[in-house]
Design a protein around this ligand. Sequence first.
Ligand code: FAD
Ligand code: NAP
Length: 510
Amino acid sequence: MLNVPSQAFPAPGSQQRVASQGRSKVPLKQGRSLMDWIRLTRSGKDLTGLKGRLIDVTEEELKAHNKKDDCWICIRGLVYNVSPYMEYHPGGEDELMRAAGTDGTDLFNEVHRWVNYESMLKECLVGRMAMKPAVPKGMLPKSQVTDTLLKEGPSSPSHDWFQTESSVTIVIYTKQKNINLDSVVVDLQDDTLRAEAVIKDHSYLIHVGLSHEVLENFSVRAIENVGKVDIVLQKRENISWKCLGHPLEKHDSFIPKKDTGLYYRKCQLISKEDVTHDTRLFCLMLPPSTHLQVPVGHHVYLKLSVTGAEIVKPYTPVSESLFSDFKEPVLPPNKYIYFLIKIYPDGLFTPELDRLQIGDFVSVSSPEGNFKVSKLQDVEDLFLLAAGTGFTPMVNVLNYALTSMSSLRKVKLMFFNKTENDIIWRCQLEKLALKDKRFDVQFVLSEPSSEWNGKQGHVSPALLSEFLQRSSENSRVFLCVCGPTPFTDEGIRLLHDLNFSTDEIHGFTA
Ligand code: FAD
Ligand code: NAP
């Protein structure tokens, strides 16, 4: 809802969305870019009409502010006057008006809960809801949380701890089989331990100030068949602990993932190299006391400060193992995250990212996403349709397919780009196709030079029918689609027309 131009740009149904056949963009009005908004918020202008006063807002009062030129919205208990922001909202005024005069928290969470509206709308803050503050569910007494979950979600995990002379082990009983190391993110900072386990669509959080000091290095083990996770901390001193520590915010909470905020840690830029004329491979190093593995097909959010405002954009890490020759020397696994990122000279975030020097820091969120590798179980033919940087989720899917899918017979990538110069890792893909007979790649260009004798055009029934040849008539198939939103929408529509079912298709979006 309160978005910066990003993933679903222009947002579905917005006034900027493509007119005919989903292709041409209708820009925001002149002088209404996000950068213009940031400038306006810095100008000192009174954007709430309250001269900086913060008030307690009743439900009746909130309801009364429901017009474009007088529009208040409540998000997570705070009320904003969004009228001044209307013309700057990339999703369009209508999308904002859906929440006019109401609590828009659910709508906001649905569309993009990761957007740091607190920073974007700081100057529009009217006050707090007086009667019914929207208390985050994780702050409720445990019994209440559990009651809600009993009706709606998986059963609540629990935790325990034990110690030896030199170590403290925290055990999370997830009550869920097949839990793995991707499902747990652990951050240890100044003796504060934060461990989040994602169980189905819920998040279980352990958040404690440890009672004694521990060493920076710790280990995490997942015992998959019993659904148990062990976090083993090393004591700094060999003394007996009387308790684990004191609970911090949302400790021991189990809430739907969509209701949690994003947690960031600072990662250092280790290297940056050109992959194409406008796309670079960024390598970021996780802090030594973080355990974070991004599941296949998931993404993270990167956060930077752009002229004083915090800007957040999603990016999909790519694995370093598939194209092993892209990085020398090979760095230890799980401590580094690689990203293929296209720099848009007139973009808001990427030029700033590109300006970072080796050694600078970027905030990286915990992983998000709804792709499930379980969907690939028993799949024999996997088809990947990617456009531009929509190739990024395909890298890890491809890696997973070739290394972990015993049923796989064929994986085919159709990669759409404007020109030959835009093709990411063309050489590596061609080499891989030569090396592994199960893999095929086809490049399609929308703006080919006269020398190009490969396929050209846009995603179309003709291109797809030729590409989607199964290895046998009734083979089990799965298809992934990712690129600019209109490309993804069109690809999925065409696949449905070709009689593939919803269960057989995954479209990557935020
Ligand atoms: P923006 O400011 O968003 O601008 C992008 C382009 O749109 C520019 O050319 C700009 O001029 C144009 N534009 C902006 N606003 C308007 C307007 N109002 N009217 C007309 N044109 C406009 N990208 C990657 O490179 N690598 C990834 O791994 C990756 N992963 C992603 C994962 C997910 C889940 C999603 C949703 C997106 C991903 N993206 C990825 C895209 C990324 O999040 C950003 O959208 C992208 O980097 C552009 O950011 P920017 O702020 O630099 O550009
Ligand atoms: P691009 O270079 O602009 O386009 C790549 C190819 O897609 C071009 O051939 C382009 O044709 C074609 N295309 C664009 N819109 C189309 C449409 N409506 N129908 C058919 N073909 C279309 O792409 P990019 O700049 O790299 O952008 C990549 C996009 O992928 C971004 O929007 C990014 O947000 C998204 N992405 C999403 C995820 C995710 O959701 N997980 C991950 C990574 C990237 P033309 O020459 O005609 O434009």
